[in-house]
Design a binder for this molecule. Structure first.
Ligand SMILES: C[S@@+](CC[C@H](N)C(=O)[O-])C[C@H]1O[C@@H](n2cnc3c(N)ncnc32)[C@H](O)[C@@H]1O
Length: 202
């Protein structure tokens, strides 16, 4: 699988990557926005985070919800997340193989994680995430943006990683069977365009 190298990098360089992610700071505004959109800013939400990494956003999500599960395929990053939040429910699992429970979550976050899967896989993921959300629940995606879908290998001090870039239009199309677009925001992070998209389960 061409993505094995990305997987290896997330394991081999877990500590350095976590240090880099931490430098970016937690996404408090986006977390609170998604909970509000789901009508669950009262602390009662059930939340799944896909690609939770070292748990830096989990710290903020857990303060604002009742039930939290974080999944990531990197043993190294989940190890760091467990050190940070020993009582939290973190699981080592590929987002494409997780056994998504039926109509369980109010919000599912995917912060900078679907950028590692291609569009056919993302279409499948949209379906399983939709199945696991309550009606009216929110799938919140933060991902790298381009005018057209493309893939790009990145090689830096952490290793090799493969990134997929999405346009807001393509994301909306892949989601259309199960979701309506609740909001789209285009942001520039480190000089690079990102999409912040909230999808509401129909
Ligand atoms: C760019 S990092 C972002 C981490 C974290 N969400 C953050 O913003 O700090 C991408 C994360 O997605 C995880 N990831 C990538 N592909 C995955 C997959 N197929 N299943 C589960 N996790 C995956 C990586 O291990 C890594 O933690």
């Amino acid at each position: 699988m061409e993505n094995n190298e990305t997987f290896d990098t997330h394991n081999r360089s877990a500590k350095q990557l976590a240090k880099y992610f931490k430098g970016i700071g937690p996404r408090i505004r986006h977390i609170e926005f998604a909970l509000e959109q789901a009508g669950k800013n009262d602390g009662s939400a059930s939340v799944l985070e896909i690609g939770c990494g070292d748990g830096r956003d989990a710290v903020e999500i857990i303060k604002r919800c009742r039930l939290y599960t974080g999944i990531d395929y990197s043993v190294g990053l989940i190890g760091l997340a467990k050190e940070l939040l020993p009582a939290a429910d973190f699981r080592v699992v590929d987002m494409q193989n997780f056994d998504y429970p039926y109509k369980t979550y109010d919000v599912v976050f995917a912060f900078a994680s679907i950028l590692h899967i291609d569009k056919a896989s993302l279409r499948d993921l949209m379906n399983v995430v939709a199945r696991s959300l309550k009606i009216g629940g929110i799938f919140y995606i933060s991902t790298k943006q381009a005018d057209r879908y493309k893939k790009e290998w990145k090689e830096d001090k952490h290793g090799h990683r493969l990134f997929y870039f999405y346009s807001p239009k393509l994301l909306a199309r892949l989601a259309a069977n199960n979701f309506e677009v609740a909001s789209v925001e285009l942001e520039v992070k480190n000089g690079k365009p990102w999409i912040e998209m909230a999808l509401r389960r129909k």
